[in-house]
Design a protein around this ligand. Structure first.
Ligand SMILES: NC(=O)C1=CN([C@@H]2O[C@H](COP(=O)(O)OP(=O)(O)OC[C@H]3O[C@@H](n4cnc5c(N)ncnc54)[C@H](OP(=O)(O)O)[C@@H]3O)[C@@H](O)[C@H]2O)C=CC1
Ligand SMILES: CC(=O)C(=O)O
Ligand SMILES: [Mg+2]
Length: 482
């Protein structure tokens, strides 16, 4: 609440504070505290920090967009609040997420604050508690679905293009997966559309894997991946890892998927399963008999890497981590679910149950852990490493579409900044304290790919893209009036 007030009162000072104290303030502006802020958003609400577009605005969404105080927008983060972190449907109160993500766009990626627009699409909520809460700030009705939902989103996307042109990045955030995949596929051919939960998360995890393997040896193709959670994050990562394997090892993507397995709420995803498997999971329904639980899946599949994104706290039990550690000398264990209450295990559990052998990362931050006299610094495997730099790269190049190769470039740009000094401490990412430098590097990689693909509209191409990215970054300094 203090930081929200400061952001409103003195935006420049807010960003100065954020940039100078990023490791301390990230857990407040972002996960885990932002989750709690969203849960309580109605009762801490003072003034709107973003733009709400509701079902009632149908037919005049363009007019609503034009009411926003700033006219020159480069990045929009939009949610409909249906899957806020691992906290479920928070309806309009999900606004804390676009606001928080865009604060990171500026602090971590250097996109001007005035060029950032947080939007929440209010189509109602299925959260009974909120519907009965006198302080709830959104429409008091069940979520609109089907044609009504699709038409509002269509009108919104058309209005965005009409008002801001085709160079505004639209980042979809925390939509439920039954809409997220469809919206991304629908709008990526016509808009500069990016889904952070699918693509941003994929890039950060792939970067961590590439960086980790630099030090433990082997290639991605030598590994067997087991995902606990087969939604946006899980299948998004799986697809990008498969794409990278296919490129590194010159095999088809179909072959690359063979060592990638996923578990969802019904067990291991296998072709013999009787229930209908959603399209985004089907590519991973390998031949195997049904397996009901995670521990049995680990014993059967013998994964080298276990990646959690089911939003179920404490699902990596002692038995799970011990099983991973009995199969692997250095088990890779990523507990991606947010906020901390949904983390699959804590850093301390991962290190102690694996006797200090786990290569561990988590979506929400954990403090360093001392185990057997050695200090382990857990990595924060969070898409916050990717989207600010990715967005900056798109903005500075004037890219008009997002392609998978640009997402891969972002992952490579992050991975190459991990040194043995980081890895020796337990990190598979460089520290957030150097995030602006990291973001400039990622931006340069993304922009370079956009130029190579002929998707960049800002010509001529700058000769040194890293320097150029740095020179474009917003800094919270006061102008000299003399
Ligand atoms: N660290 C990071 O950068 C990121 C972290 N996340 C986190 O990942 C989590 C999931 O996000 P997302 O993928 O978008 O969510 P989705 O809703 O798309 O996917 C959740 C998946 O988990 C499965 N699941 C749910 N409960 C269980 C269970 N008890 N046992 C096994 N599987 C289960 C679901 O199964 P089914 O399909 O059968 O319903 C589904 O496949 C959230 O906590 C989110 O905060 C997300 C993005 C980025
Ligand atoms: C980090 C993020 O995007 C999520 O948990 O949804
Ligand atoms: Mg998200």
């Amino acid at each position: 609440m203090f930081l929200m007030d400061l952001q409103e009162r003195n935006e420049r000072l807010f960003y100065k504070l954020m940039i100078d104290n990023v490791e301390e303030l990230l857990p407040v502006v972002y996960t885990p505290t932002v989750g709690e802020a969203c849960q309580k958003y109605g009762s801490i609400f003072r003034r709107s920090q973003g733009l709400y577009i509701s079902l009632k605005d149908r037919g005049r969404v363009l007019e609503v967009l034009r009411n926003w105080r700033e006219k020159s927008i480069q990045v929009i983060v939009v949610t409909d609040g249906e899957r806020i972190l691992g906290l479920g449907d928070l309806g309009c109160q999900g606004m804390g997420i676009p606001v928080g993500k865009l604060a990171l766009y500026t602090a971590l990626g250097g996109v001007r604050p005035s060029a950032c627009l947080p939007i929440t699409i209010d189509v109602g909520t299925n959260n009974e508690e909120l519907l009965n809460d006198e302080f709830y700030i959104g429409l008091r009705q069940k979520r609109a679905t089907g044609q009504e939902y699709a038409e509002l989103l269509d009108e919104f996307m058309a209005a965005v293009k009409q008002n801001y042109g085709q160079k505004v990045l639209v980042q979809f955030e925390d939509f439920a997966n039954h809409n997220a995949f469809t919206l991304l596929e629908k709008y990526r051919p016509t808009h500069l559309a990016f889904n952070d939960d699918i693509q941003g998360t994929a890039a950060v995890v792939l970067a961590g894997l590439i960086a980790g393997l630099k030090f433990v040896g082997g290639t991605l193709a030598d590994h067997t991946f087991l995902f606990f959670g087969a939604g946006e994050a899980g299948t998004g990562i799986a697809e990008l890892v498969a794409l990278e394997i296919s490129m590194q090892s010159k095999v088809s993507q179909e072959d690359a998927r063979k060592n990638i397995w996923l578990v969802d709420s019904k067990g291991l995803i296998v072709s013999s399963r009787k229930d209908s498997i959603q399209p985004f999971k089907k590519l991973y329904a390998h031949e195997h008999e049904p397996v009901k639980d995670l521990l049995s899946a680990i014993k059967d599949i013998k994964p080298t890497a276990l990646i959690g994104s089911a939003g179920v706290g404490q699902s990596f039990t002692k038995e799970v981590i011990e099983a991973m550690s009995s199969i692997n000398k250095r088990p890779i264990i990523l507990a991606l679910s947010n906020p901390t209450s949904r983390s699959e295990c804590t850093a301390e559990q991962a290190y102690s149950w694996s006797q200090g052998r786990a290569i561990f990362g988590s979506g929400s931050p954990f403090d360093p852990v001392k185990y057997n006299e050695k200090l382990f610094v857990p990595a924060q495997a969070n898409n916050a490493y990717i989207f600010p730099g990715f967005g900056l790269g798109v903005v500075i190049s004037g890219a008009i579409r997002v392609k998978d190769d640009m997402v891969l470039a972002a992952a490579e740009g992050l991975a190459e900044q991990v040194s043995s000094e980081h890895f020796d401490k337990g990190l598979i990412y460089p520290p957030f304290s150097s995030i602006r430098k990291i973001s400039a590097n990622i931006a340069a990689r993304v922009a370079a790919k956009a130029y190579d693909l002929g998707l960049a509209s800002h010509l001529p191409r700058p000769r040194d893209l890293v320097k150029y990215a740095e020179s474009c970054m917003y800094s919270p300094i006061y102008r000299s009036y003399r």
